[in-house]
Design a protein around this ligand. Structure first.
Ligand code: GRG
Length: 292
């Protein structure tokens, strides 16, 4: 199956799972309304798709990965809602729609983001995963989101504005703010299907490099694409003087940097069967050439 068709088929399966979750969880809470809005406001669903592919590569079925993929998409959406707030990136457009705080007000948006973290944990805990898998995934969520990952990455990203950082520091920020969630997708998808530590380690390493490449492409698109195409602000990294590989290297070398990170992602899968990892390899190549 062609990679575009494959991604789109998995996205459809995930979107239906999300809709069914929201139908079952329906509540008249304004916080529920706000986070449902942000969860359903579009988005590539790259992380749930990655989680499904990791699960299949580890010998599982794509549907087994859906609760894990949903929990990760919730955490991702929390990070976007909070990142868009006036105190952080102060954005008015996300996924082609008004940001959560523009639509519902700042207080509700803060609480919607907060709620998504706990909903994500609840999705894992109420899934049919065996108890030890639930514990492993919840522990990994906590690990990748705290000061080793997402929150620290956001902090360093904000603190780096207006400063000239070397490539190693930029790579470190990318790893925390972006790769950790990709590692989580690979970990959770694989863990649902397998407890082979070597396999899981290789999968997670793929996520590390893929996340760096993804962030570099994101930063290149910020310069080369438009608000209409991206469905979010463009050209802002320059205005905010963000620490990116584009700032450090220029566009052409940033593309080479992203290509090299993609190759490293594929190298991380070495030794695993071509049939087992073919889709992950195709996904990495597709990601490098994405336009949104
Ligand atoms: C803890 C508030 C907080 C945030 C931490 C830095 C950060 C994480 C969030 C800010 C947004 C940002 C630049 C994240 C880096 C990863 C990234 C490129 C996110 C956008 O992901 P896409 O393109 O978005 O997959 P869609 O909308 O398609 O899901």
């Amino acid at each position: 199956m062609n990679i575009n068709t494959l991604i789109s088929a998995k996205k459809t399966i995930f979107d239906e799972f999300l809709r069914s979750y929201l139908r079952d969880a329906q509540s008249d809470s304004g916080v529920f309304e706000a986070f449902s809005y942000s969860l359903q406001a579009g988005g590539k669903r790259f992380r749930p798709v990655l989680t499904m592919l990791a699960c299949e590569a580890a010998g599982g079925r794509e549907t087994d990965a859906l609760p894990a993929g949903l929990a990760i998409e919730m955490i991702h959406t929390f990070s976007l809602i909070h990142d868009d707030l006036p105190a952080l990136d102060n954005d008015d457009l996300r996924r082609g729609m008004p940001t959560c705080h523009k639509k519902f007000g700042e207080a509700t948006a803060i609480l919607a983001g907060d709620a998504l973290i706990f909903q994500a944990l609840a999705v894992i805990c109420s899934s049919r995963y065996p108890a030890e898998v639930k514990v492993d995934i919840c522990r990994t969520i906590a690990d990748v989101c705290g000061t080793r990952g997402l929150v620290q990455g956001e902090y360093e990203d904000v603190m780096a504005e207006g400063r000239d950082l070397g490539l190693a520091r930029i790579e470190d920020i990318y790893t925390r703010k972006t790769s950790r969630l990709f590692e989580l997708c690979m970990y959770a998808g694989a863990r649902v299907a397998s407890d082979d530590p070597d396999l899981i380690r290789q999968m997670v390493a793929y996520g590390t490099h893929l996340g760096r490449a993804f962030q570099a492409v994101d930063d290149i698109l910020d310069v080369t694409s438009s608000r209409d195409t991206l469905g979010k602000s463009a050209g802002k990294d320059l205005i905010q003087d963000k620490a990116t590989v584009v700032k450090a290297l220029g566009i052409d070398k940033a593309r080479t940097w992203a290509k090299s990170a993609t190759e490293q992602a594929m190298n991380a899968l070495e030794g695993l069967g071509a049939e087992q990892t073919g889709q992950l390899r195709e996904l990495a190549k597709w990601m490098l050439n994405r336009v949104t």
